[in-house]
Design a protein around this ligand. Structure first.
Ligand code: ZN
Length: 405
């Protein structure tokens, strides 16, 4: 079993997949090399349209945080299994898995993704997969035990500091400077730091190359669905991460681009607490009902994992993923998910998006029952892998089933 692959081995695997399925899969290198000179690959899956009909576009990313070992491997194997099944005209197998470390052992039964879903996904969608956004971070995390929990990229230490690295999932340009967005009281509760030596949440001072790589996937073509796979929490998160959600027409002014809510503005500012005096506006009107749709799609992914758990009660409870807004976990600025979602209602975006963009973060795995948190052991990795495959395939099948845009 190859897991956990090195950064170089992920690239080898990605190239092999593209070479093995040239009619439906192409590999491209994203524009910006990393600080250590690595290139980041993107796989595009989709049978070229013969009718010129529009397709929904899905972007999947993983490996934004170096120490999160399972998602890049699982995204590689997802594409491999999907295309292997497509080529054979068969179902896509989700193998059975038995957790032999639990007493007595826990079995998760085999499942099948129907052949019609496999075909629909490959033929009706344009799917972009970047399994490893941050290869420098992964290489650091895997190089020596002392750096196993390395999360950031390897951006050079700023002048006056000895500490390298930026948290890429705090570096996206939304909602701008968090010390302007939040009021002073909220700042200590927010998962972000301007200290380069903060080992987790240093926001950086400029857009990092890995972040620009992800952002470039959203232009010029529209994106309809975006899923960023992280670990761990066994949660399926949707926006907002910055603050609580509210969808009240009378409170549309509670939004990130309204300066009256900024620090120093004419209000008491943004509190970063769901249900507090300020909550970020999340549109939920007809016809798209974006807040309801995010909750529904999150539950579609959750239920796909649960439906495959089988009758054993421990298998069911250990397959449970909460569906919630990200700020319920902790408030955080600068995430890929929030940045992408903000494009739905960003007044500075010209032209505005023609169709809605649905965005999610999957926090796969757990620290319980030997799952290993950021570093699932080889014996337990197949459980995490199947959860990612089941959830993502459910979203892809959903998108493929809809009438095209
Ligand atoms: Zn993460």
């Amino acid at each position: 079993m190859p897991y956990p692959r090195s950064s170089a081995a992920i690239e080898v695997a990605v190239e092999a997949i593209a070479n093995g399925h040239p009619t439906v899969c192409t590999r491209s290198l994203l524009t910006n090399p990393t600080h250590q000179g690595r290139r980041v690959s993107c796989l595009k899956i989709g049978k070229p349209s013969t009718t010129g009909a529009g397709r929904y576009v899905v972007v999947l990313t993983g490996g934004v945080h170096g120490r999160e070992w399972a998602p890049p491997d699982a995204l590689v194997s997802l594409v491999d299994r999907l295309l292997t099944a497509y080529q054979a005209g068969t179902t896509m197998p989700i193998p059975a898995f038995t957790d032999l470390d639990s007493v007595p052992p826990v079995t998760y039964p085999a499942a099948q993704i129907p052949a019609r879903d496999v075909r629909g996904i490959v033929e009706e969608l344009d799917l972009y997969v970047v399994p490893l956004v941050n290869p420098d971070g992964r290489a650091t995390s895997q190089a020596r035990e002392a750096d196993k929990d390395w999360r950031k990229n390897r951006s050079a230490a700023p002048t006056g500091s000895a500490c390298e690295g930026v948290d890429l999932n705090r570096n996206f340009p939304f909602p701008g400077d968090y010390q302007v967005y939040y009021n002073v009281a909220a700042e200590s509760d927010v998962s972000a730091s301007k200290d380069p030596c903060d080992i987790d949440n240093y926001v950086g001072t400029a857009l990092e190359p890995e972040v620009r790589n992800v952002m470039e996937l959203f232009t010029p073509s529209p994106v309809d669905y975006f899923v960023d796979v992280h670990s761990w929490a066994r949660k399926i998160l949707h926006p907002w991460a910055v603050d609580g959600n509210q969808a009240e027409p009378a409170r549309t002014g509670e939004n990130w681009h309204n300066p009256v809510w900024n620090r120093g503005g004419t209000t008491k500012g943004r509190d970063g607490a769901p249900g507090g005096p300020y909550d970020e506006y999340f549109p939920n009107q007809d016809p798209h009902r974006l807040l309801d749709a995010h909750d529904l799609l999150g539950k579609v992914m959750r239920d796909a994992i649960l439906d495959a758990a089988g009758p054993e009660v421990r298998a069911f409870s250990r397959s449970w993923y909460d569906v919630e807004q990200a700020a319920d976990l902790y408030p955080a600025p600068g995430t890929s998910m929030d940045w992408a979602f903000s494009r739905n209602i960003d007044p500075s975006l010209t032209p505005p998006l023609a169709r809605p963009l649905y965005t999610f973060t999957i926090e796969c795995g757990s620290e319980e029952n030997g799952e290993g948190g950021w570093h699932p052991p080889v014996e337990l990795y197949p459980k995490i892998e199947r959860e990612i495959h089941l959830a993502v395939m459910a979203l892809l099948a959903w998108a493929a089933m809809l009438p095209g845009p």
